[in-house]
Ligand binder design. Structure first.
Ligand code: NDP
Length: 460
């Protein structure tokens, strides 16, 4: 036994920290985990989970509309925001309880409070100090509050969006990433007049171009106003409590609420990193190697605080690699290649691997298989929304290097495509696979001829 109080002290009770703490404790290690707010972290408390519940809530009006073509007639639909928020809170409290129970059952010591590093082996929480052989920092991130924007104090961020006292009549969301796009769709679906303002040419800058344009068109067709190549320069509160947004283009627009979703920053301030000698990068993120180890040998960091890939499953994967490396004598680098991901927009995006644009930079010749069609569920409903499916294939090796879907259940499909792309399967493997019929997904194994090729970066 080491001369320390603990084998592992985990700072932060989010997805990554809880997984690491639970696994280490279940191996019989002496583990303590400190959390200053609520166990579950961003994902459970104010991120993925409540967001997905809100996505479901916002989809009902379209389901009601679509049901008419299938013979249903419904009475007047009414929505109560307070009911949704209260039910969401109940579900989050349940999940938070499960996170705590998992830690307790594994034998980890739960500490409520803010942990600060005193030196490489000592952590203080309130009046108490603990020594630990290893320390894992998993403190996550928080919304970038855009300090340079005059009037930013009048804006809300994703954290507040989950608990508004009432739904605004109108909202503007600034940003073109996951959060801005998902919340613009949520607010619109719940009946809020919604405007999205994005600084670039097209929303979702790192995604495949076809999906970006397809989603943009679909969102506009639903009635979401999208303004690209513009930014807010100043926000002013009016006497009637509404907000005037002055844009770089010279326009002034008035909204009930303005939400900023321009990225997230790592939670590293006041953690005692300098005291422990831990190096950080330009955004304050903790710098780590492929094994999530910092420059201080016994201190590790995982999840959003390292600003590698800000996704819950990635933090969990990093936690498992950390356990293998630090406690099982099995050094396991984190593999950040080909991460399947979904944007829960409406329609949804599911994607894995390289976009056509990124693949074109890496391979001499690509075959692009692309289908755009109205999914069967929209035939009787009359909805005109199209689904897009796209496979990006390296012509030389025949490997499917990217798979992209826009449409219903795209996220669910991306999970399975993730296995195929990760396994480096070829287009011939896809072709050998029988279709599931009738389904939308069958298109993925029945696109036999390339729609076009990309040679040296040019479509031919
Ligand atoms: P993103 O990095 O996805 O998007 C940030 C957006 O803000 C980009 O469009 C960016 O533009 C824009 N932006 C950045 N700085 C400024 C600025 N100063 N002024 C105006 N616009 C600016 O971050 P999000 O906040 O949307 O989400 C944070 C992370 O959370 C995501 O990266 C994702 O990893 C994770 N997440 C995942 C979800 C999921 O899996 N479904 C859901 C929600 C979040 P540009 O493109 O030009 O850089």
């Amino acid at each position: 036994m080491s001369g320390f109080d603990l084998d592992l002290f985990v700072i932060g009770g989010g997805s990554g920290g809880v997984r690491a703490g639970r696994l280490a404790a279940s191996m019989g290690k002496r583990v303590a985990i400190a959390e200053e707010y609520r166990f579950g972290g961003t994902c459970v408390i104010r991120g993925c989970v409540p967001k997905k519940l809100f996505v479901y809530a916002s989809q009902f009006p379209e389901h009601f509309e679509d049901s008419a073509g299938y013979g249903w007639s419904l009475g007047e639909a009414r929505f109560d925001w307070q009911t949704l928020v209260a039910n969401k809170d109940r579900e989050i409290a349940r999940l938070e309880g499960l996170y705590r129970k998992g830690l307790e059952n594994a034998g980890a010591q739960i500490i409520e409070g803010r942990a600060v590093l005193i030196d490489p082996h000592t952590v203080r929480v309130g009046e108490k100090t603990f020594t630990a052989e290893k320390i894992l920092i998993a403190t996550g991130g928080r919304p970038n509050v855009h300090e340079a924007l005059p009037g930013n104090e009048h804006c809300i961020f994703s954290n507040e969006a989950f608990d508004l006292e009432e739904l605004p009549r109108s909202i503007a969301v600034e940003g073109g990433g996951y959060i801005a796009v998902e919340f613009a769709n949520i607010f619109h679906g719940l009946g809020v007049e919604t405007t999205l303002v994005y600084r670039g040419k097209e929303i979702l800058s790192r995604f495949d171009g076809d999906l970006r344009h397809g989603l943009h068109e679909a969102m506009e067709a639903k009635g979401i106003r999208i303004i690209c190549q513009d930014i807010f320069e100043k926000i002013e509160k009016r006497e009637d409590a509404r907000l005037d947004a002055h844009l770089m283009s010279g326009t002034t627009m008035t909204f009930d609420k303005i939400m900023l979703a321009i990225g997230r920053v790592p939670n590293t301030e006041g953690l005692g990193l300098a005291e422990a000698g831990v190096e950080t990068g330009v955004k304050g993120e903790i710098l780590v190697d492929d094994y999530s180890r910092t420059n201080v040998e016994n201190i590790w960091a995982i999840g959003d605080v390292t600003d590698r890939v800000q996704l819950t499953p990635v933090a969990i994967h990093e936690a498992m690699c950390f356990i293998e490396t630090a406690f099982k004598d099995n050094p396991t680098p984190v593999d950040h290649q080909d991460i399947a991901t979904a944007v829960f927009s409406q329609p949804e995006i599911g994607t894995v691997g390289l976009s056509e644009e990124a693949a074109a930079e890496r391979f001499d010749e690509l075959e692009i298989y692309r289908a755009s069609f109205r999914p069967m569920r929209h035939t009787l409903s009359g909805r005109q929304e199209k689904m897009i499916m796209k496979l990006v294939v390296d012509a030389a090796s025949r490997r499917v290097v990217g798979a992209h879907i826009l449409g219903p259940d795209a996220g669910e499909m991306a999970q399975l495509l993730g296995i195929a792309v990760k396994a480096r399967l070829t287009k011939d493997d896809f072709d050998k696979t029988m279709a599931v019929h009738p389904s939308a997904a069958e298109e993925l194994v029945t696109m036999y001829q390339p729609t076009y090729r990309v040679r040296n970066g040019e479509r031919v």
